[in-house]
Design a protein around this ligand. Structure first.
Ligand SMILES: Nc1nc2c(ncn2[C@@H]2O[C@H](COP(=O)(O)OP(=O)(O)OP(=O)(O)O)[C@@H](O)[C@H]2O)c(=O)[nH]1
Ligand SMILES: [Mg+2]
Length: 300
């Protein structure tokens, strides 16, 4: 059978995680309108009778500002090195500087097919504009394939899969078909909460946030219920204030949204208890963020 690994790379916010979820058919990687959402190297397993593709979602490629960013960027490089195929995404609005910078790194890759995906075609006022964009892209690099698509409304997503299959090597299955994702349930829970914080805050706050699971237990009175206790970690007291909001309104709303999704995800009733904790400058403290799982090693 054909089997292989594909790294999905691209600048923050181009829709890498949305595409991964669309291909796998369930939400395995969190998505938000804020840039730099993804921190884990999440593997999505797409297996059919004839092929197995393991997709690796990567953090958006950006200029590192903290130690955490450096860790994330090195995770992207290792994903590029480890995989058989590179799927590089840009947006249908066209090439911007950040895309060009990533292309410079791509040019150093040897002997690997690089496929270009042009995402968010649903936002194009005139789809004919795609032809000049494909032309421009062809001139920049010898991409194995160029595929316009929309991850959000799932246009041409199956074309991406078909294109990838052409370049997959022959081999044994790498993972059991039923293991759709590499993230453990604990990390999925943490990520769902983090996504809700991302969506509810803006500017520097989302990037200063980590979520740590403190405890997860069956309910005392109701064993069908899950009691989840989690800490929202921020870097400064003013960020704590922002997340709590006036009269606790903001954290309450984050909690409601997170609980709803956790109930959907676990299929159980959930009691969610959130606390906000300040850990100064945690993004520059590997000993701290290792605790949150942002090291890469523990997510395979
Ligand atoms: N209109 C439109 N929006 C999209 C499409 N794909 C993704 N988005 C939106 O773009 C935003 C970013 O999507 P993500 O999937 O989180 O992007 P990402 O590349 O994983 O971002 P990082 O993890 O921050 O690097 C979200 O608001 C998505 O809903 C698309 O095809 N069309
Ligand atoms: Mg992402």
């Amino acid at each position: 059978m054909k089997t292989g690994t594909v790294a999905i790379i691209g600048r923050p916010n181009v829709g890498k995680s949305t595409l991964l979820n669309a291909i796998i058919g369930e939400k395995i990687s969190i998505v938000s309108k804020r840039p730099s959402t993804t921190r884990f190297k999440i593997i999505g397993n797409r297996t059919t009778d004839n092929y197995q593709i393991l997709f690796i979602d990567t953090p958006g490629f950006d200029e590192p500002r903290t130690r955490l960013d450096e860790t994330l960027v090195s995770n992207i490089y290792s994903a590029i090195k480890e995989t058989d195929i590179i799927l590089f995404l840009i947006e249908s609005k066209g090439w911007i500087n950040k895309d060009e910078e990533i292309l410079q790194s791509i040019k150093k890759i040897r002997n690997k097919p690089v496929l270009l995906g042009i995402n968010k075609i649903d936002l194009m006022p005139d789809y004919k504009q795609i032809l000049p964009l494909i032309d421009i892209s062809n001139k920049k690099f010898k991409f194995s394939e160029i595929m316009p698509f929309s991850a959000l409304i799932k246009t041409n997503v199956s074309e991406i899969e078909k294109a990838i299959i052409k370049y997959l090597p022959e081999g044994e299955m790498l993972l059991p078909a039923e293991d759709t994702t590499s993230l453990s349930r604990e990390y999925e829970i943490v990520e769902i909460i983090r996504e809700k914080v991302f969506e509810a805050t803006y500017q520097e706050v989302p990037h200063s946030v980590a979520v740590e699971l403190e405890d997860i237990q069956k309910g005392n009175k109701n064993p069908d219920m899950l009691v989840v206790k989690a800490n929202i970690i921020v870097e400064r007291p003013n960020q704590k204030k922002i997340i709590i909001g006036e009269n606790g309104e903001k954290i309450k709303n984050i909690g409601i949204k997170a609980r709803e999704e956790l109930e959907f995800f676990t299929g159980q009733k959930v009691y969610l208890q959130l606390k906000v904790q300040v850990i100064e400058d945690w993004r520059n403290r590997p000993d701290v963020y290792r605790r949150f799982g942002y090291t890469g090693a523990n997510i395979y």
